[in-house]
Design a protein around this ligand. Structure first.
Ligand code: HEC
Ligand code: HEC
Length: 374
């Protein structure tokens, strides 16, 4: 059941009036708003040098098991900082089981991954670099590799003040870099509209905004500046067909249940990605996933935890039908074809006019034997 249906909100002025009087406060539902600069943790302050180091490490395959599965392999700038496909490929010889999330704006989430299983970018990075279906690297091995790259030794010394690179510092630098991969509000039609430029949204997008806040009920979960309440819901997103067809996908599915301690009967059935259940083991959490941000969708498709929907039109059809089978969160919306198109126009206006692209950095060489530090 959708928690709230709103009166139509027609203008930016109204939106900010609601924010000011916190009319939605009791339910924890905030209006959409422009993103502030991302929060910076006190124990990992940003410096330009740290961000530059983090960028190199993000690209550097040596922070993985086989030397070629750096973060950028699955978070490619020209593919919306994801892989551009439905379910991500995995570490060679394995298959991943979920859609590679964009890292655009991951700096704003308090819970990361589709099931929210880690709570900071600093702890997410080692999980990715070490995960058997992602980077599959050993932390101490990656640390020694860094210590034999003279340019990194110097850079780590300058940034962190230590003699040798420590692997935890590498994750701090990667996190600092990720905090720069964020939306620029000046490039987003919706944010320009909120800033007072009435012409920034087309008429269709303005009608779509009213539907978003009202009849279509999107705001009840996709709210606040990030357009995510960071809660978990079971929408009944259809299972990825690959799980029933491809043994490698099925093996990852069972392995996730196995190594996260799922009970044997669930492990034996291996039906579908159970989302939050993997973390909590509570039956009522089966099929629940973290509400995704709706910013930058133009660049980050396909959509949902398994990338089952190619287009935003398909997503809106799915919601209009009241979600998928087994869902415990949605009811049919009764939107006309025109209304569906208006809603898509509004979703489009939540993305930057241009994708955030970035050149690959030059990576430093590993030392020759003569240069090996003693
Ligand atoms: C083999 C592909 C692959 C590699 C390599 C990889 N990732 Fe990911 N990344 C994914 C997938 C798939 C997900 C979603 C996984 C899930 O929810 O279980 C993800 C999720 C994330 C998220 C969470 C975003 C959010 O919205 O919660 C961040 C941040 C991230 N990755 C950063 C990194 C970093 C940093 C590295 C390198 C240390 C890295 N990734 C390496 C595929 C990969
Ligand atoms: C009950 C809460 C809830 C409501 C209401 C809701 N969503 Fe979602 N939305 C979610 C959750 C949870 C996910 C992630 C689901 C998954 O991957 O299985 C999601 C995912 C999405 C995605 C995919 C984003 C991505 O990066 O893959 C889009 C697009 C989306 N929603 C649009 C909408 C629109 C448009 C509406 C209104 C018609 C809406 N949502 C209403 C909770 C909700």
């Amino acid at each position: 059941m959708r928690r709230i249906a709103f009166a139509l909100l027609g203008s930016a002025a109204l939106l900010s009036a609601f924010a000011a009087t916190s009319a939605f406060g009791a339910e924890g539902v905030l209006p959409l708003a422009t993103l502030p600069p991302p929060p910076i943790p006190a124990d990992n302050p940003m410096t330009p040098e740290k961000v530059e180091l983090g960028k190199k490490l993000f690209w550097d395959g040596r922070l993985s098991g086989n030397g070629s599965m750096g973060c950028v392999a699955c978070h490619q700038p020209d593919l919306g900082w994801g892989t551009g496909g439905p379910i991500s490929f995995g570490y060679p010889g394995t298959q991943h089981w979920r859609n590679s999330q964009t890292i655009l704006n991951s700096a704003y989430y308090n819970k990361l991954f589709w099931e929210g299983s880690v709570t900071s970018l600093e702890t997410q990075a080692p999980a990715a670099a070490g995960g058997a279906v992602a980077g599959n690297g050993d932390g101490s091995m990656m640390e020694v590799k860094l210590r034999f790259i003279p340019e990194y030794v110097t850079a780590f010394r300058e940034v962190f003040g230590t003699d040798w690179p420590h692997i935890a510092q590498a994750w701090q630098a990667v996190a600092a870099f990720e905090r720069t991969i964020v939306t620029d509000p000046a490039k987003v039609p919706f944010d320009r509209y909120l800033a007072g430029d009435q012409s920034a949204l087309s008429d269709a997008a303005k009608r779509g905004m009213e539907l978003y806040n009202g009849k279509a009920g999107c705001l009840s979960c996709h709210n606040g500046a990030l357009a995510s309440d960071e809660r978990y819901y079971n929408l009944g997103v259809p299972a990825a067909p690959e799980f029933a067809q491809d043994p490698l996908y099925q093996i990852t599915l069972r392995w996730e249940l196995y190594q996260k301690g799922g009970p044997e009967d669930v492990y034996r059935s291996g039906a579908d990605d159970l989302g939050l259940y993997h973390k909590t083991k509570r039956p009522q959490d089966k099929g629940k996933f973290r509400t995704a941000s709706l910013r930058e969708l133009r660049w980050s498709g396909p959509y949902m935890h398994n990338g089952i929907f190619e287009t935003l039109g398909e997503v809106v059809d799915f919601y209009n039908a009241g979600g998928g089978s087994g869902n415990t969160a949605l009811t049919p919306l009764g939107l006309s074809d025109n209304e569906k198109a208006d809603l898509v126009a509004f979703l489009d206006a939540l993305s930057m006019d241009e994708p955030l692209l970035m050149e690959a950095p030059d990576l430093p060489e590993t030392a020759t034997w003569a240069e090996f530090p003693k």
